[in-house]
Design a protein around this ligand. Structure first.
Ligand code: HGY
Ligand code: MN
Ligand code: MN
Length: 400
C-alpha cells in the first residue's frame, strides 16, 4: 500500500465520531487494532515481527538475510493521549513502512538490517509514566517499579499486557542490543517549521520535563452553610497553585500545565475533601526545571498553610535534557541538504533511547498550526510525503 493508502487504513481506528479525537489506550482494543494493522503491513512486506516482554514490536527488513545485528531502527508509537490527534506517533510508523517501500522502488539494498519499531505507552496516558515501553526496553526503568504501576481501574501493567495477548516479561529488550542507531520521524508539536516555511527538519534535542502529583487535602463541608472564613478548601489551594505555576512558567519562558485533576467527592454542593492535580512541567535546562518546581512547590506550601489545607507533592517522572547524537544530527542535516535543526519541548521515545546511550536523532514534519495532543493536530499530505522521502534518504545513508 502507498503512504496515503496506509494512512487511510489506520485513520479510523480509535477515533471518536463525536470529537474526531483519538483514544488509543495502551493494550486497549483500539491500540491492539493498531498493532494488528502494524502486523498486517509488516506481513505484506514479508517483514517478520518480534515482540519484547512489554509488548514493544519490531518488524525487520533484512534483505541480506544475515544475522540481525548492527541494525538501523526507525518507527515511533501508536498509542495516543486521550482525545489526541492522528499524527502524534502513527506518522512515524506509517512513514517508516513507506520509506522502506521507497528504498525498494529505488532498488537500494541495505547492507544492514532495518527495523520498524512501535513502542508501547509512549504517552503515559494509562499507567502514568511517559515512554513506558522504551524506558523498560532500554533499561531506564526498574521492572519492579513498572510492575507496581496500576491504571485508573487498578489494573496492574503485567495483567494489562497479558490481557492483550502478550507474555509479560518486563525489562530490557534483547532487541535493542542489536540496534546501532535509531531515527524517529514525528509530526512537529509546535510552530518552528511552519514559521520557517520548511516542510521538514532534523531534531537537535528535547527539553527536560517532569510530571508531578499534588495531593491537596481539606475539610469536606456544606457549600451552602459553611462561611468562607471557616473553610479548609483544597480546591482553593489547588487553584492558587495552578495560577502560581502559570505565572512562574511565564516568568522564565518555561511550560507548566495542570491538565488532569481529580476531585473528591466531586459534588456541586460540597466543599471537596481532596483535590489531586498533575503538573506537567518543562524547561530549556534541568536547572530551570528544578527552579520552576522549587518556586511552584514553595508557593503551594505557603498557600496550603494559609488555607489550613494539607499538601503532598510526589515527583512521578523526570527526564533530563536530551541532546541527540551530534555526529548523527550533522550527518542527517548534510544528507538532507539545508534543513533546519530544531529543538522540541515534546518528549519522545527517541529521547529515552538517546539517554540510554543509543545514537539517536529525529526528523520532524511540519505541523501547519503547531497544535498537538488535540483532534485539531494536522500535517499536510505533501509534507508527510516530504518526510517519507527524507526518511528514505536517511535510511539509505545509514543502512548503506
Ligand atoms: O508529552 C509529550 O511530550 C509526548 O507527546 N509524549
Ligand atoms: Mn509522540
Ligand atoms: Mn504525544
Amino acid at each position: 500500500m502507498t503512504f496515503e493508502e496506509m494512512w487511510r487504513s489506520l485513520l479510523p481506528v480509535g477515533r471518536s465520531r463525536r470529537t474526531g479525537g483519538y483514544l488509543r489506550s495502551p493494550y486497549g482494543t483500539a491500540e491492539r487494532e493498531c498493532f494488528a494493522w502494524f502486523a498486517d503491513e509488516a506481513g505484506a512486506r514479508r517483514m517478520p515481527v518480534e515482540y519484547d516482554g512489554q509488548g514493544n514490536a519490531v518488524a525487520w527488513w533484512n534483505p541480506g538475510a544475515g544475522p540481525i545485528t548492527d541494525a538501523v531502527l526507525t518507527g515511533s508509537h501508536l498509542d495516543s493521549v486521550v482525545e489526541g490527534g492522528a499524527f502524534d506517533g502513527p506518522l512515524g510508523v506509517v512513514s517508516a513502512f513507506a520509506a522502506i517501500d521507497r528504498l525498494v522502488e529505488r532498488d537500494i539494498h541495505p547492507t544492514r538490517p532495518i527495523g520498524v519499531v512501535v513502542f508501547v505507552e509512549e504517552e503515559g496516558s494509562r499507567f502514568g509514566l511517559a515512554c513506558l515501553g522504551s524506558r523498560l526496553a532500554s533499561g531506564a526503568l526498574d521492572p519492579a517499579d513498572a510492575a507496581a504501576l496500576r491504571d485508573h481501574d487498578g489494573v496492574f501493567l503485567s495483567d494489562a499486557i497479558a490481557a492483550a495477548g502478550v507474555e509479560p516479561a518486563l525489562g530490557p529488550s534483547e532487541v535493542l542490543e542489536r540496534v546501532s542507531v535509531f531515527v524517529e520521524l514525528h509530526v512537529e508539536q509546535g510552530r518552528d517549521l511552519v514559521d520557517r516555511g520548511r516542510a521538514a527538519g532534523v531534531g537537535a534535542g528535547i527539553w527536560p520535563h517532569g510530571r508531578y502529583r499534588f495531593d491537596f487535602t481539606g475539610e469536606a463541608n456544606h457549600a451552602g452553610t459553611t462561611a468562607m472564613g471557616d473553610r479548609h478548601d483544597p480546591m482553593l489551594t489547588y487553584a492558587m497553585t495552578a495560577l502560581a505555576a502559570n505565572k512562574q512558567a511565564r516568568r522564565i519562558g518555561a511550560r507548566a500545565t495542570f491538565g488532569r485533576v481529580e476531585v473528591e467527592p466531586n459534588a456541586t454542593n460540597a466543599i471537596p475533601s481532596r483535590v489531586a492535580g498533575w503538573l506537567d512541567a518543562r524547561a530549556e535546562s534541568a536547572d530551570q526545571l528544578s527552579a520552576l518546581l522549587e518556586a511552584i512547590g514553595t508557593q503551594a506550601i505557603d498557600r496550603a498553610a494559609r488555607d489550613g489545607t494539607g499538601l503532598e507533592l510526589t515527583t512521578e517522572s523526570v527526564s533530563g535534557a536530551v541532546g541527540f547524537d551530534p555526529v548523527l544530527v550533522r550527518k542527517l542535516a548534510a544528507t538532507l541538504g539545508d534543513v533546519p535543526v530544531i529543538a522540541t519541548g515534546a518528549g519522545h521515545d527517541a529521547g529515552i533511547l538517546s539517554a540510554a546511550g543509543h545514537p539517536t536523532a529525529m526528523l520532524f514534519v511540519r505541523n501547519p498550526s503547531g497544535v498537538s495532543h488535540s483532534p485539531a493536530e494536522h500535517a499536510e499530505m505533501a509534507d508527510c510525503l516530504v518526510g517519507v522521502e527524507a526518511l528514505a534518504t536517511v535510511l539509505a545513508e545509514l543502512a548503506g
